[in-house]
Design a protein around this ligand. Structure first.
Ligand code: PGA
Length: 230
């Protein structure tokens, strides 16, 4: 399984270094990916995790203040990058077109995109989940040549950070549809995952892993969670 830790905008330097020491003790045969805040990417020092960024610029290089390009990320050892997280779509107003450019940049620098897609509560209540998810996929992957390595993360917006998760069947239905169109891609689930609710989801034949936010910072519970997936 693939387990992606999204630290979001958390931890000051001392806390990050201590956190990294705790992660060092984790043993797992799963593929573990740590996505710390950008400012700690070059402090990454773990053999049991791969390094991921939480974002990438859609620009190549040059006069783009505050941006970090795929080429720069690659040069410091980044192997994965989250793109299209709903928090960036919401707060930074990222569009599917922006995300499409980012994915192309990542692929051309051999960084594996972890593409987040998912519906709002309103969309879900009006039975639009499949339409929204498929439209996001189509637009984000438009004219992307080699899609096969992209990890597709289904993250219902209403589930992120709320403690509420869809039923296993609801997740399976969405991931099954995605796999019908993208059979070679890994599909993972994210949104309020913890060490208890993972027990229901871990046997799904469509879930190839999890993207975790809050849980990534609760190291004691994180260890239990990873042990359950070993
Ligand atoms: P959460 O976040 O696990 O805290 O719900 C998941 C995410 O935002 O990727």
């Amino acid at each position: 399984m693939i387990i992606v830790l999204n630290n979001k905008c958390n931890l000051i330097l001392d806390e990050y270094l201590k956190y990294q020491e705790e992660l060092q003790q984790i043993q797992s045969n799963n593929e573990l990916i740590l996505c710390p805040s950008d400012i700690y990417l070059s402090k990454f020092d773990l053999n049991n995790f791969k390094l991921g960024s939480q974002n990438v610029s859609s620009y190549k290089t040059g006069a783009f203040t505050g941006e970090a390009s795929a080429k720069q990320l690659k040069s410091i050892g980044v192997e994965y990058s989250i793109v299209g997280h709903s928090e960036r779509r919401n707060y930074q107003k990222e569009t599917n077109t922006d995300i499409n450019k980012k994915i192309k940049e990542l692929i051309s620098h051999n960084i594996i995109p972890i593409l987040c897609i998912g519906e709002t509560k309103e969309d879900k209540d009006s039975n639009k989940t499949n339409n929204i998810v498929m439209n996001e996929l189509n637009e984000c992957l438009l004219n992307v040549e080699d899609k096969s390595k992209i990890i597709i993360a289904y993250e219902p917006i209403w589930s992120i950070g709320t403690g509420i998760i869809p039923t296993k069947k609801e997740i399976d239905d969405v991931l099954k549809k995605i796999k019908e169109i993208y059979p070679n891609n890994k599909t993972i689930y994210g949104g309020s995952i913890n060490s208890i609710n993972v027990e229901i989801l871990r046997n799904s034949r469509y879930i190839d892993g999890f993207l975790i936010g809050g849980l990534s910072l609760r190291t004691k519970e994180l260890k239990e969670f990873i042990n359950k997936l070993n």
